[in-house]
Write a protein that binds this ligand. Structure first.
Ligand SMILES: [Zn+2]
Length: 598
């Protein structure tokens, strides 16, 4: 790290504390003499550190240290040396280092996004505007490859290569097949963030057989499992499923179970975008007296975890449509019951009422199975219209809740950012006709939407307080970054923790740092303690705020003051230094290596 990256003018910390200044050589002698005392309880209280070699260092002083464990913060000092945290102490650390005065500020571990899709974006050259907003909100690590949309691990020389990258990621230049090749590419190109990555069941399946909805043959099943296994052996943290998206929604329960068994045998984690997130879904039979469909979908995956013993991350617990909102206590009770039974299940959430998706997500499986033919089949269109209007009535999510954020067809460019009902009005057509027109011309997978009405404040409060819920963004930049979560998710969590007073600041920080690192077994991340990677976010608890609103997504937050990634400063005075490529691939540690964590 270059010293000029540090916000404050370099000063000698020992001087400023009134202590006698000590040379590096003398420090080394002292440190050697004290080395027998160096390892002990936490926080460390000794005043000297080993400072002999020439690795760059930075001292964060007079900070409120919030270490990722959820324990109360304390006033203290944190020394970064090279890419590591060298020391965390309640007492002044005496060393000749550039320092950053953090008086009145919180020093926390760099935030970890528990559910990201940035694996597709990180390799894009010249597209920093899609990446840097995440640094501006304090995020240093992405857990990516979610919802079945993984970026690598494909069949070599796939004939379906073009289908792997739907318009969802229009600029993706895939210069790799395997996970190892992908990691090598990223390391060579430089990374703005750390990345821990899932292998995506959906995209790997596409690389084998395109969008064929039929069940896998025995040979295909073997190949799918072999590809997923290879990806995990090459450093994927687990496998993600996207059961609401093609081709994940074509997977049989047997296929899902076989994948879960494989993940369990590798001692990794299965992240699942469930089959339904609303009270009623076309994927389950209509039964007015039966359980809500989102609960069925959740229980279906808990059942898989029960049967296989796999660790389950039930992704982005959300409640699409006002009629679904009331089901959240049942879903949390189902997770509680599973945990009480010994099943390892957790979930994650963002603090917004809207979430990314694709236009096709509201089409039932039977319609998507025969595309594009169904667009020109009047009977299918009629049936679809009836089903969607019935569903929207019963679910409480309709055309005014669908905001088109990005289209692949130029005719619809002027409507980007508008809600479907408003576009219909402008075009003088019905909302359904407009929906079909956009889906057909722009592609139901290639048209990006923000679906609103995914939750309400009561649900956000409940999920923030829920012990088995981690914090994330689920942001999915396309050609543009049209999602408030890309800019403000973590600041908004902190803002809500402060203003709504539902959880402590320490607990909020834990859910975006230590708890997430534990969950995905991210080695050396998520905590402020000696030897951990120096991912550090400095924020002002009094002023931290998300500044986005429903139509202005690209507003940077307030109160995120400095960010260090692997010891390099990537944000100072609230401004991102886009020149620094400090990110690394984060590999999972095995359970036996996890060690004792709080
Ligand atoms: Zn998802």
């Amino acid at each position: 790290m270059r010293t000029e990256n540090v916000t404050m003018k370099p000063e000698k910390n020992a001087d400023s504390l009134g202590a006698k200044r000590i040379s590096r050589r003398k420090l080394l002698r002292l440190a050697t003499a004290a080395s027998g005392l160096a390892i002990g309880g936490w926080p460390l209280k000794r005043n000297t550190v080993e400072a002999a070699n020439s690795e760059p260092c930075t001292l964060l002083k007079n900070a409120r240290i919030v270490d990722g464990t959820g324990k109360n913060g304390f006033s203290g000092y944190l020394l970064i040396k090279g890419g590591r945290i060298e020391e965390v102490s309640e007492s002044p650390i005496r060393i000749d280092c550039p320092s950053l005065d953090c008086t009145g500020k919180v020093v926390a571990p760099g935030f970890i996004d528990a559910h990201s899709h940035m694996d597709w974006i990180l390799p894009l050259q010249g597209r920093d505007e899609l990446k840097l907003p995440f640094i501006a909100q304090g995020c240093t690590t992405f857990v990516a490859g979610n919802c079945g949309y993984g970026v690598a691990g494909f069949r070599k020389s796939s004939a379906h290569r073009k289908e792997i990258t739907p318009g969802l990621f229009p600029d993706a230049e895939m210069r790799w097949d395997t996970m190892a090749e992908y990691y090598e590419h990223l390391r060579g190109a430089g990374m703005t963030h750390n990345l821990a990555n899932f292998a995506g069941h959906g995209t790997i399946r596409v690389s084998m057989r395109g969008m064929d909805p039929s069940p896998l043959t025995d040979d295909e099943m073997k190949e799918l499992l072999a590809l997923l296994e290879k990806a995990m052996d090459e450093g994927a943290i687990g496998v993600s499923l996207g059961l609401q998206y093609a081709p994940g929604l074509f997977a049989t329960m047997d296929e899902i179970k076989r994948v879960a068994q494989l993940v369990k045998s590798k001692d990794k984690i299965l992240a699942v975008h469930g089959r339904a997130y609303s009270i009623l879904s076309a994927e389950y039979p209509l039964n007015p007296l039966g359980p809500p469909h989102n609960l069925l979908a959740l229980n279906e995956m808990i059942g898989i975890a029960r049967e296989t013993g796999v660790r389950l991350q039930y992704s982005h617990l959300m409640f699409a449509g006002t009629k679904s909102h009331g089901t959240y206590p049942q879903c949390l009770a189902a997770i509680d019951a599973a945990i009480a039974e010994g099943i390892d299940v957790q979930t994650d959430s963002y603090p917004y009422h809207c979430g990314n998706s694709i236009l096709g997500v509201i089409m039932p499986k039977w319609f998507r199975e025969k595309l594009p033919d169904n667009y020109r089949n009047p009977e299918a269109i009629k049936r679809l219209e009836t089903e969607i209007s019935m569903l929207s009535m019963l679910v409480g999510l309709s055309y005014p809740d669908i905001q088109i954020t990005s289209v692949a067809h130029p005719d619809f460019k002027p409507y980007e950012g508008m809600f479907l009902s408003d576009i219909a009005q402008k075009r003088g057509r019905s909302p359904f006709a407009t929906f079909i027109e956009i889906a057909e011309k722009s592609g139901e997978r290639d048209t990006r939407v923000l679906l609103h009405n995914y939750s309400n404040m009561e649900i956000i409060d409940a999920l923030m307080q829920y012990p088995a819920c981690l914090f994330m963004t689920d942001a999915l930049p396309g050609k543009e970054n049209r999602n408030p979560a890309s800019y403000g998710s973590f600041p908004l969590f902190l803002q809500y923790a402060r203003d709504r007073n539902r959880i402590s600041m320490e607990q909020a920080v834990r859910k975006m740092t230590g708890a997430t690192a534990d969950r995905f077994r991210l080695k050396d991340r998520g905590y402020l303690r000696k030897g951990m990677a120096a991912d550090v976010t400095v924020f002002d608890w009094r002023t931290v705020n998300d500044n986005t609103n429903a139509t202005e997504f690209d507003r940077f937050p307030t109160g995120i003051e400095a960010v260090f990634m692997n010891g390099k400063q990537v944000l100072q005075n609230g401004k991102v230094n886009g020149q620094v490529r400090a990110g690394q691939i984060v590999l999972p540690e095995r359970s036996s290596q996890v060690g004792e964590r709080v």
